[in-house]
Design a protein around this ligand. Structure first.
Ligand SMILES: NCc1[nH]cc(CCC(=O)O)c1CC(=O)O
Length: 318
């Protein structure tokens, strides 16, 4: 709703005469909170019902966190990426006593810093934590940001990992300031699209023209590169894959990570192209594909296969 209100505000500024009504859609994914996402249909669970509403013309625009959108849209729908992009980093929120410093929980003399309990259901986050902190125990933790924070208060975790974007949008970071550690991007690579808004519409020129002023070509190019990297690797939210692209001086620089769920094996890749707005999005997508192929050349398939096997085992446990 916060994201939607923001988009509505921007649209009103742009088109004062436009009539806008907000339609709140609760998806199956929002309501099932006690089962791993992999068991209720994977990464589409939050969006298929919303996309159906678009296709059936019950709504004309859907506002998504881009990172929750599958990397390919159904026929007849397209995504316009709005900027500016929120902080792309992940944050460690500790319970009262701990901070992460140089990749280690502090104070180092506390007993639980050997094997801290860290809450997340994200394979991407879990794998990266295990890589830089082999003693950490990854403890499942699902729900919206506020639910997860509440569960942190109830004990059982030394800390949890959330997206900075979520905390910032909800303006929860000031009151939590003393308990937050912002992970450097190299230490905790973000999910493709993290921090960006995806505006999904039908392929209709009139709606596209209304949304066009909200499009941020740089953010759309960067996130397209990230999303194509993930798509070329055959990935959804059940694969520990991370990517981050940004324009640095004249270049669009894309970094990618494929990591085994146990954090034991990882492949880090990086490529860049000259940035120009002309064909910028199409060229960024190619960059994503090329970087994925570089990762495949370095053996990414083996890591991905291992992760798929784990997921299938989990699904059979239902
Ligand atoms: N995983 C769910 C989700 N989808 C988008 C955000 C935050 C906003 C964003 O990243 O754009 C979050 C919360 C989180 O990952 O902690």
């Amino acid at each position: 709703m916060i994201q939607t209100n923001w988009v509505v505000e921007r649209l009103r500024q742009q088109w004062p005469d436009l009539e806008i009504a907000i339609e709140q859609i609760r998806t199956t994914g929002d309501q099932i909170t006690h089962v791993p996402l992999t068991q209720i249909g994977g990464d589409g669970v939050f969006v298929t019902e919303i996309e159906r509403a678009l296709q059936e013309r019950r709504i004309d625009l859907a506002v998504h966190s881009l990172k929750d959108l599958p990397t390919a849209q159904p026929d007849g729908l397209q995504v316009i990426v709005a900027g500016p992009r929120e902080d792309v980093r992940d944050i460690f929120v500790s319970n009262q006593a701990f901070r992460i410093d140089n990749g280690r929980l502090q104070p180092a003399d506390a007993e639980s810093t050997q094997n801290p309990r860290i809450g997340t259901v994200s394979l991407r986050r879990g794998a990266q934590i295990r890589e830089f902190y082999p003693g950490a125990q990854i403890v499942p933790l699902r729900g919206n940001v506020d639910t997860r924070l509440r569960k942190l208060e109830s004990g059982g975790y030394d800390g949890i990992v959330v997206a900075a974007a979520g905390l910032h949008r909800m303006e929860l970071h000031p009151q939590l300031a003393e308990r937050l550690t912002y992970f450097p991007i190299e230490m905790m690579m973000p999910a493709p699209g993290q921090g960006a808004l995806g505006l999904e519409i039908r392929n209709e020129p009139e709606t596209q023209a209304l949304l066009e002023p909200l499009r941020d070509v740089v953010v759309q190019a960067a996130t397209s590169a990230e999303r194509m990297f993930m798509r070329r690797l055959g990935a959804g939210c059940y694969l520990p894959i991370a990517a981050y692209a940004e324009v640095v001086e004249e270049d669009l620089v894309l970094r990618g990570l494929v990591i085994s769920t146990d954090g034991q094996r990882s492949i880090r890749v990086r490529q860049s192209i000259r940035w120009s707005t002309e064909d910028g999005i199409a060229r960024a997508e190619l960059l994503g594909i090329q970087l994925a192929e570089q990762a495949l050349d370095q053996g990414a398939q083996e890591i991905i296969q291992g992760s798929n096997m784990l997921r299938e085992r989990e699904q059979r446990r239902v």
